[in-house]
Design a protein around this ligand. Structure first.
Ligand code: NDP
Length: 434
């Protein structure tokens, strides 16, 4: 707290992990001897830089760019880039810190990092987005590389932005290093199945969690917050598995369609036309729209999948979901439930899938994109999806077994924290003090 004043989200993420680690330290004195706790919270490197760009009218703007290279024990730093006005050092550090353990849980050779800028892509022209991405890379290119640090997308950054960043990197680096970014267009070095991976992976994880407790997705009334990349593909796979998805949202408000959300309309509005979710009503007048984001959690449901952003689901929202009979909650976004909300779910026996396990599918397929780029080869969509499914099943099994082993039976949050931490901590011990 003293060394990171005002970094609310970062401190929240650290506390969330440390609360689970007490029994681990009792069993592993080498972690104390080697100062693992003190070292793991300190990023290996933090880069912050000026991003100057010109809008279409010729006006000059300055934003702040970030890259936190958090931990390279298991492989090159790996984590997304976020463009959103709320981005600051606390947000990037919390995301980078979580990413270390998430990446460890995938079982793939990737370290943890995160980056972004306090740039708001909303309402910007395509050319403005391109100029911003180029300016961002004019500094960042010095710090990244296929064996050093491999960024991907996140909020506000999709294959269009990755394309512009890669183009500028290639120009400055004078080399075609396809593996320096993931989330590229599949027509241009990207992996098939990457766009869908976080959402599909979340549903694969949720299906495992439900099956392990005698349930399935079939017929479950489901709420998915957000209507971006993670949300859309979580809805798609949930519908495929027989769930009834009845609500989704954006940062202005939420729609409720009791007859089932029409995903083609959502995709057209959000992926193609970049419009607001309330415009859904132009096509489906029987649905309803409410301003405000948290209201979505007052709708009765069996399954809640928060897929928008951090701290979007508060203790009050959790209490309302429980009152309305929710049986399972799985986090598609990073840290969408605040600590009090998570405590409520766990105390009340609600099945809870924590982000660092449940949304690890995206980074898992990103690591597969790196493998395909190294081989200069590409797998089919079916091959990628099959590997993703196996990774998510394995993460779930690891969380269940680790929780049991350390006296937290049934608590997947503790299982994920301990399993991810142990993998990284063992690697750090083996690398000596640095
Ligand atoms: P997108 O930018 O594609 O979508 C974000 C969605 O969340 C949009 O619908 C956006 O609405 C909404 N949103 C943003 N801020 C708020 C807010 N304050 N309240 C309510 N809704 C909000 O991002 P992604 O889908 O890629 O990311 C969503 C979450 O998933 C993030 O937490 C991200 O870190 C996490 N994640 C993403 C991965 C990926 O592969 N993309 C991998 C793992 C985690 P609007 O359109 O109005 O801005």
């Amino acid at each position: 707290k003293r060394r990171n004043p005002g970094q609310k989200e970062f401190l929240q993420a650290v506390r969330e992990i440390f609360d689970s680690l007490r029994p681990v330290f009792a069993q592993h004195p080498e972690y104390i001897r080697d100062g693992i706790l003190e070292r793991i919270v300190e990023p290996e490197r933090v880069i912050s830089f000026r991003v100057t760009w010109e809008d279409d009218s010729g006006k000059v703007h300055v934003n702040r760019g970030y890259r936190v290279q958090y931990n390279s024990t298991l492989g090159p730093y790996k984590g997304g880039i976020r463009f959103h006005p709320s981005v600051n050092d606390s947000i990037i550090k919390f995301l980078g810190f979580e990413q270390i353990f998430k990446n460890a849980l995938t079982g793939l050779p990737i370290g943890g990092g995160k980056g972004g800028a306090d740039f708001d892509p909303k309402g910007k022209s395509d050319r403005e987005i391109m100029r911003f991405c180029q300016s961002f890379i004019n500094e960042l290119w010095k710090h990244i590389g296929p064996d050093t640090d491999v960024p991907a997308g996140d909020i506000g950054v999709g294959k269009r932005e990755i394309g512009y960043m890669f183009g500028q990197y290639k120009r400055l680096r004078n080399a075609y290093e396809a593996g320096v970014f993931t989330g590229k267009d599949p027509a241009n070095g990207g992996s098939l199945g990457r766009k869908e991976a976080t959402g599909y992976g979340l549903v694969y994880f949720t299906a495992e969690m439900l099956a392990n407790n005698g349930h399935s997705l079939e017929g479950k009334q489901t709420i998915v917050s957000g209507s971006g990349n993670v949300s859309i593909y979580a809805m798609e796979k949930a519908i495929e598995f027989g769930a009834d998805v009845i609500a989704c949202s954006d940062s202005n408000g939420f729609i409720h369609d009791p007859s089932g959300i029409n995903l083609d309309t959502v995709k057209q509005l959000k992926e193609v036309e970049r419009r607001r979710i309330k415009d859904y009503l132009d096509f489906h007048p029987e649905a309803t729209y409410m301003e405000g984001c948290e209201g979505i959690w007052t709708l009765p449901c069996d399954l809640a999948l928060p897929c928008a952003t951090q701290n979007e689901l508060s203790e009050e929202a959790a209490a309302r979901l429980i009152e309305n009979g929710v049986i399972a909650v799985a986090e598609g976004a990073n840290m969408p439930c605040d600590q009090e909300a998570i405590d409520r779910f766990i105390e009340n026996g609600i099945l809870f899938g924590p982000a660092k396990a449940a949304n690890a599918g995206g980074v898992a397929v990103s690591a597969m994109e790196m493998s395909q780029n190294s081989m200069r080869y590409s797998w089919t969509e079916e091959e990628v999806d099959e590997k993703l499914h196996l990774v998510m099943q394995e993460i779930h099994r690891n969380c269940v077994e680790t929780a049991e082993q350390y006296g937290f039976a049934g608590n997947l949050m503790a299982g994920a924290n301990i399993a991810g931490f142990r993998k990284v901590a063992d690697g750090m011990v083996s690398h000596g003090l640095n």
